[in-house]
Design a protein around this ligand. Structure first.
Ligand SMILES: Nc1ncnc2c1ncn2[C@@H]1O[C@H](COP(=O)(O)OP(=O)(O)OP(=O)(O)O)[C@@H](O)[C@H]1O
Length: 268
């Protein structure tokens, strides 16, 4: 894996430059090179979709960018702060919804969100106030009394998303925020996130749902096999195609099914 990178490190004051910058980020798991020197700029105020097939390296990349997984090579910056050299400053600016997050699930939803706010240094009253607002906005009617351990997958996703939002971060990094979420809740989440972007925040999310990315995101990066195949404004990346068609073209996958004749009930 090389440290070579096409893009220079973000220059100037943290007040300009991208919201998130990756420079030559690389990660190896044993013999597998999961991320191969990724360079990426997420513009400030963008709604940025990271798409790629299963195993492309999306979660690994987002984990390195948010300070959850140490890279073998390269650097990551949040609003100009080096995530690994200055983690406290970088993480203060971030709200993160990681993949497969383990939570304190013997708390109620309301308690969990309040706790996340307290951990982020909010005064108790403000943390409680915001937790109640988030619970109402996300339609978590059961959040008051029910323990998170008894939540459905979609409810758990919403409560962890609320926990990522409670301190009012400048940049949000969300790994599969719509996974397991019903369409009404997904529309609510999209509205909340769009409002956040309109007010100057930046959202980076990974998703497999091309239609949703196409309707929501301003920018996109297609990653496959640990490299960025294409990145830029959504319209520039998809051209005259749908994002899904462009994705299949770039990734080169086949949707044809070979074999499995035994699974066709008509073959009885
Ligand atoms: N902790 C780990 N140990 C070993 N291999 C890992 C580990 N984490 C990820 N990998 C491997 O690294 C590659 C990239 O995985 P990653 O989870 O980043 O992909 P992804 O694009 O998020 O996939 P998906 O869309 O399926 O969630 C995969 O081949 C995966 O098996």
């Amino acid at each position: 894996m090389s440290d070579a990178t096409d893009l220079p490190a973000p220059q100037g004051s943290p007040m300009d430059g991208p919201a998130i910058a990756a420079r030559g980020l690389g990660k190896r798991f044993g013999d597998l090179v999961a991320v191969k020197g990724i360079d990426l700029d997420v513009p400030r105020g963008s709604f940025f979709g990271l798409v790629g097939p299963n195993g492309a390296g999306k979660t690994t990349t987002l984990s390195m960018v948010t300070g959850l997984l140490r890279p073998d090579a390269g650097q990551a910056f949040v609003l100009g702060r080096d995530v690994w050299a200055d983690p406290v400053a970088a993480k203060r600016l971030l709200g993160v919804l990681p993949d497969g997050l383990k939570v304190f699930d013997r708390l109620t939803g309301l308690q969990l969100i309040t706790y996340a706010g307290l951990l982020r240094g909010l005064p108790r009253e403000l943390a409680s106030e915001r937790a109640a607002e988030l619970v109402a906005a996300l339609g978590l009617a059961d959040a008051q009394g029910k323990l998170v351990v008894d939540y459905s997958a979609g409810m758990t996703k919403k409560v962890t998303l609320a926990s990522a939002l409670v301190h009012g971060p400048r940049v949000l990094v969300l790994d599969e925020p719509f996974e397991a979420v019903d369409p009404i809740s997904a529309a609510t989440i999209r509205r909340i996130l769009s409002g956040y972007v309109e007010s100057g925040g930046t959202v980076v999310l990974s998703s497999h749902v091309m239609d949703l990315v196409e309707r929501t995101c301003t920018h996109v990066a297609v990653i496959s096999d640990g490299v960025v195949l294409e990145t830029g404004e959504l319209d520039a990346v998809r051209g005259r195609q749908s994002l899904e068609e462009r994705f299949v073209d770039l990734v080169g996958g086949s949707t044809e099914v070979v074999g499995l004749s035994w699974l066709r009930t008509s073959s009885d």
